[in-house]
Design a protein around this ligand. Structure first.
Ligand code: UDP
Length: 361
């Protein structure tokens, strides 16, 4: 089996960590880094901390609009895939790198497998939703984390090649949480375990207009307790150019810093009173760790966490955030929505089974 895996940003590096190990135990993996995330704290640190093998190819696309990045990744992948001739191309999640990989593989007539297939927010205005829908419809193997994802695909008429394998982010969590817990990262931020909030914000909807950025600052002002906010570089740049960065810096109790690595982030998460986020992955990680989550969106792909009472959709609304913070209770039992921690092994087995057997001499 020869697989070309294409990653390019922070959540994809986390997903690749367990998958690289599982794929390489079964066959040949060629790892490609698109360069969509190029800041060291969003990229290099993850390869080091999560022991991801160095990429075999770095496409180095760097900054640009999503369309420029999509086009650049596709063009560079065309040459690479034509030379590598893999049995399968593997795309992860819902980013620019994902859709560019899906289009390149499909135009070259190569089978495509999609990790995290079938997720839907049912909001086609989200770039991530567009990326998911297109990638799923081009995939031969659809590797779904949840039963909800399988049902979403069935709703779009996709039933062949669909497998519920569990969530590779849960695999990563089980793999690295023991190491992360020992770091006690909260100490560096002078906050006490169980008392502070952990915040992340990076989505276009929260950062692309001045009105959205003002809402974001108002929500931060509504937190009214110590909060640690490792700020995504894009979010920081947008706040600075809107002239709102200094106002955010004056919010009492809010500790702003550059993004942290996965181990420090997980360490901060396990000791947090609650997480306040617009991230997809962080909603799940809060669930894995039994930490209440407030999601700063009106929709989510991780509906199980909301329906089960572990995650509240509060939008970018200071009143809703305050109300949710006043009651963070949640059920004691956490059902195994995201599998058993062996999703990566199942994916590797499915890819190996799909690859043509080596020719006999
Ligand atoms: N993360 C991190 N450092 C941070 C913030 C997040 O390592 O400062 C990790 C987090 O643990 C999760 C992933 O980044 O595994 C989520 O990525 P992101 O929120 O950028 O993307 P999304 O999940 O929304 O696609």
């Amino acid at each position: 089996m020869k697989v070309v895996s294409v990653v390019g940003n922070r959540p994809q590096f986390v997903k690749a960590a367990p998958l690289c190990r599982a794929l390489r135990a079964r066959g040949e993996e060629i790892l490609v880094h698109s360069g969509q995330h190029y800041d060291p704290e969003l990229a290099d640190l993850f390869f080091d901390e999560l022991s991801i093998p160095p990429p075999d190819h770095a496409l180095g696309v760097g900054p640009g609009s999503p369309l420029e990045q999509t086009a650049a990744i596709m063009l560079r992948l065309e040459g690479l895939l034509s030379v590598e001739k893999p049995d399968m191309v593997l795309a992860y999640g819902d980013t620019t790198t994902t859709i560019a990989t899906a289009l390149a593989a499909s135009k070259l007539g190569m089978p495509l497998a999609h990790v995290e297939a079938g997720l839907r927010s049912f909001d086609r205005a989200m770039p991530e939703e567009q990326n998911r829908v297109v990638t799923d419809h081009l995939s031969a193997l659809l590797l779904c984390p949840t039963g909800t994802a399988v049902a979403n695909l069935a709703g779009e008429g996709i039933t062949e090649g669909v497998h519920q394998v569990g969530d590779v982010m849960y695999d990563a969590c089980l793999m690295f949480a023991p190491l992360a817990r020992r770091r006690e990262a909260h100490r560096a931020w002078e906050v006490e375990p169980g008392e502070y909030l952990l915040v992340t914000v990076h989505r276009a909807a929260a950062t692309d207009t001045r009105a959205a950025l003002e809402d974001l600052v108002a929500v931060m002002e509504a937190l009214e307790r110590p909060a640690v906010f490792p700020v995504h570089p894009r979010t920081r740049a947008k706040l600075e150019s809107a002239g709102l960065w200094d106002r955010l810096g004056r919010v009492p109790g809010l500790r702003l810093a550059p993004p942290v690595g996965y181990l420090d982030f997980t360490s901060l998460l396990v000791s947090a009173r609650a997480v306040v986020t617009d991230s997809g992955g962080v909603q799940k990680e809060a669930y894995f760790q039994g930490v209440p989550c407030l999601t700063l969106r009106d929709t989510t792909e991780w509906v199980e966490t909301v329906e089960g009472g572990f995650n509240r959709l509060v939008g970018m609304d200071p009143g809703a955030v305050r109300a949710a913070l006043a009651d963070l209770s949640m059920p004691d039992e956490r059902p195994a929505y995201y599998g058993d921690g062996h999703a990566a092994e199942r994916i590797a087995a499915l890819l190996a089974a799909a690859a043509p057997a080596p020719a006999r001499a």
